[in-house]
Each structure stands twice: as C-alpha cells, then as structure tokens.
Design a binder for this molecule. Structure first.
Ligand code: ZN
Length: 478
C-alpha cells in the first residue's frame, strides 16, 4: 500500500506545447508523480480545485536584475521573487551587474547566500565573462552558475566591454564546459560615438536615446558574436532582441549550425517610438524601444522559431532615477517580471497565437536551452511541481502602484490586459495564492544550477589556437 501523496490538483486545464487537456495532477513533496484522470489519482492528504483555470508550467524568466547586493533600494531578492511569484514566474536567472560584480567565486558564493535566504522562487545566477575574467571561469562554474553574461555594450553598473580578442579567448575557454554565454549584443564603440555627437549637439530629449543606438549597433554585435561562437563551438544566447534587422544574422547563424538562441521582451513587441512622448525617461532601456515597424517582424520571429523565448530584462529603478529631465542621466530599464505573463496572455485572448505557443516561449524553451528540461518546463511525472494557475478570461488593468517590485514605475501603468496569474506554485508549495504572497515561502527558492545538464559543446571549426590558449592557461585545462 502506497503512502498517500501530498496533494492532488483537480479540474485545471493543463497546457503543453502540444495540447491542452483537462486532467488531475498528483504531487509528492516537490515532485509531480502522476498526471491523469481524476478517478485514477492516488489517495491524497490534500486536494486543490483548479476548476476554470489553466495550469501552465511556471514561466522561466532567463533575464532579470534583482539588484542584490548593492542596489537594494531598487530591488532585492525578496521583492524581486515576490514580483516573479505574482507574474506566474517560478524560476528566474539573475544578472551579475550587482555590487561587487559577480566575476569571481567568492562574490558568487556570497550572492548565493543572499538569494537562498530571501527567494520565494527558484533561480540561477549569472557570472560576468569579461576582458579580465577568463581565468575565473573554472572557479565560477565550481561555485554554481547557470551561465555567463557578456556585455558587448555599456549598461547599468558600468561593466567594461571586452575586446573581440578577449571574447574569442573567453568563448574558447567556455565552450568545452558546455555553459551558455548570454550576450548583451550592442557594439559599444558605435554607440559611444553616436551619443557623443548627440550630446554635443545639445540633444537631451528621450528620443535622443533611440537615436544613439540604431539597430545596426545590435545587428553588428549579433553577427560578430555568432562568428565567434561558430569558430569556437561556444553556445550563445542573444538577450533582448529589439529589431527586425537582428533576425537576419540570427537566422543565418542557426542555419549554419551555430548553437545560438534568442529572446525578446514584451516592450519590443508592444511599444514603439510614439511611447517616448508618453513615458519620457521611464521608457529608457538598453537596447532602446524602437520604431513600431519592428513589432510585427519580432512577433513573426517568435512564431517561426527564430526567436526562442520571451524574457523580461526586469530592471528596476526608483521614480527619481527614471524621471530626470536630461535623458542621458536617466537609469536604463524598468520592471517586467510581473507583467510579462498578463501582457502576453492578452495576445492569446486577442487570437494572435495559441496558449500552447506561449508555454513554449515562456517555459519549455528556456528549460531546454539551459539544460533544465524536463525537471523544469514540463508538467510530467518526475518534474518539479512548478505551476502558474491562470484565469485566461480575466480582464484587468496593470497599475504601477500594485507592483510587488520595489520599483513602482513602468511604461505599462494603465494598460488593459486579459489573463491573470491567480496562483503560483514552486516545487509543490504555493508561493502566491489568490493574488496574495505566501510570506513564509521566503527562502523556499533554490538555485537550479545543480540540476543543469549541459553536454560539452563542440566547435564547427577546429582551430590550433584553441589548444594554444589552453596550454597558456594551465588552470583552465586542469
Ligand atoms: Zn538586462
């Protein structure tokens, strides 16, 4: 006689990329043990009625900035993961531009301790791959990362941009480890010259920010990164794809067999140049929200698989930091982890795509790309019980004041949406229930690096310099 399971969820409609099916889910501890007909479920200590709700694999947002440690007046792991919970997001990957920059093992261990004590949802931590951090690759992997972040363009935290030479060497060193390198693909030298000219001409208006970073900045960076990845075999991921023009080099690289993936964010799909007048500095983000002529090609890129997933670049700042008159002094980014799902589900309600497409972009592909599938991203026996319970018909209005994020300022204030994350479960525990935070789940979140499985990547071209580099760096070869 089997022990009763801990929980059986009845009545929900379970969504996968292939189908939507009404079924029950049995959970023991943190794990799904059965999915099937209600009358075939094992005996349970508790049941939960999800009638009227769709049950999605919890979203995996591979691009957030929770600002902890160093900028906790903007956000910390507690407020950031509370925001995730309200957004139906069960795993986040946090960026390394905190203080100190996550570029060595000791700093990473300290950040792990902070995250473990505060997080409501699961997380992975990125480390910086920069001009002078190549030697740190082994100790960073040892200390537990989800992947590397490489800043080809300037961003908040002023992390220096590596030269192409340093990028090539870094890619050579990371490739055999299998870890994916996520790229802020904007070329700094182009932007610096443009911004200097605009500043000298006296421009301080919001649209000057867009003018300083034309799409070629991103196109050149994506193409260059793809060449280096092709040469070395490194796996790469293009963060925040903002323009139609980037789809060309991305598509070409995929066709050549490069292990390259890409994400876009709701603001690149749904906002355009007209929103600068309404939002002013609030909309300032890198890469910039571009001309609305980019919106439809980006949607098409998601639908045809050129873009693999949706992420948010959740980048909180205070109102004071977002409303300065001179656009060059406004901090870049705004919160998004909490609003991505309702914004994207609104397009399901509008008939643009199917809910099955959405879970592919929000959960399944991120899990596969970072080696977490099927432990994450799947509603199957053996998977973690990570769910977003959503009401697809619920019409409501996004309000900055209601955000869980410490940063209550975004371009979405007043936006009408259809689709509400009603409850969120992480490894068998509700972390958000009936739109209320389950406060004692603080510290429930756990790093996912331990379950990551990334096989060794192989270069498409073999290059003698690869062994030469490793010979020069015995600590890496070891
Ligand atoms: Zn970012």
């Amino acid at each position: 006689m089997n022990e009763p399971v801990d929980l059986v969820i009845h009545g929900g409609r379970i969504v996968s990329p292939e189908t939507v099916i009404e079924a029950s889910i049995a959970i023991r501890g943190e794990t799904i043990v059965a999915v099937g007909a209600p009358d075939a479920m094992p005996e349970a200590k508790e049941t939960f009625d999800a009638t009227g709700l769709h049950i999605l694999p919890g979203a995996i947002d591979v691009h957030v900035h929770f600002r902890d440690p160093g900028y906790t007046h903007k956000e910390d792991f507690e407020s950031g993961t509370a925001a995730a919970a309200f957004g139906g997001v069960t795993t986040v990957f946090d960026m390394p531009n905190t203080i100190p920059t996550v570029a060595d093992g000791e700093t990473l261990k300290a950040k792990h301790a902070i995250a473990a004590s505060k997080a409501h949802v699961d997380y992975g931590l990125y480390a910086v791959l920069g001009e002078d951090t190549i030697d740190k690759v082994p100790e960073l992997i040892e200390a537990g990362i989800i992947g590397f972040k490489c800043y080809m363009g300037n961003t908040f935290g002023r992390i220096p941009t590596p030269s192409t030479g340093a990028m090539l060497e870094a890619f050579e060193v990371v490739a055999p480890t299998g870890k994916r390198i996520s790229l802020h693909a904007e070329t700094n030298s182009v932007m610096e010259r443009r911004q200097k000219r605009l500043t000298e001409s006296g421009r301080t208006d919001p649209l000057a920010h867009l003018a300083s970073r034309p799409a070629v900045v991103a196109v050149e960076a994506v193409a260059r990164a793809a060449i280096l990845a092709e040469w070395t075999g490194a796996r790469i991921h293009i963060l925040h794809i903002s323009s139609a023009a980037e789809l060309g080099p991305l598509r070409d690289a995929k066709a050549r067999g490069v292990d390259i993936t890409g994400e876009t964010c709701p603001h690149y799909l749904m906002l355009g140049e007209a929103d600068y007048a309404r939002c002013r500095g609030i909309i300032r983000v890198n890469p910039p929200v571009r001309e609305s002529v980019n919106n439809e090609p980006l949607w098409a890129g998601l639908l045809d698989g050129t873009i693999d997933m949706i992420a948010t670049d959740h980048a909180p700042h205070t109102p004071e930091e977002k409303t300065r008159a001179d656009i060059w002094s406004v901090d870049c980014g705004f919160p998004g982890v909490e609003t991505q799902m309702p914004l994207m589900l609104t397009e399901v309600a509008a008939g643009r795509y199917d809910i099955r497409d959405y879970v592919r972009w929000s959960a399944v592909n991120p899990a596969k790309v970072w080696g977490l599938y099927p432990k994450k991203g799947a509603i199957l026996p053996g998977a973690d019980a990570d769910f977003a319970f959503v009401d697809l018909d619920h019409a409501w209005t996004l309000r900055d004041a209601d955000l869980q994020s410490r940063s209550k300022i975004s371009p979405w204030d007043g936006r009408k949406v259809v689709g509400l994350p009603r409850h969120t479960m992480v490894r068998g525990r509700f972390v958000m229930k009936d739109r209320a935070l389950v406060t004692d789940t603080k510290g429930h979140g756990r790093s996912v690096h331990a379950i990551q499985q990334m096989p060794e990547a192989r270069p498409l071209h073999t290059d003698e310099t690869l062994s030469a580099v490793i010979a020069d760096r015995p600590e890496v070869a070891a």
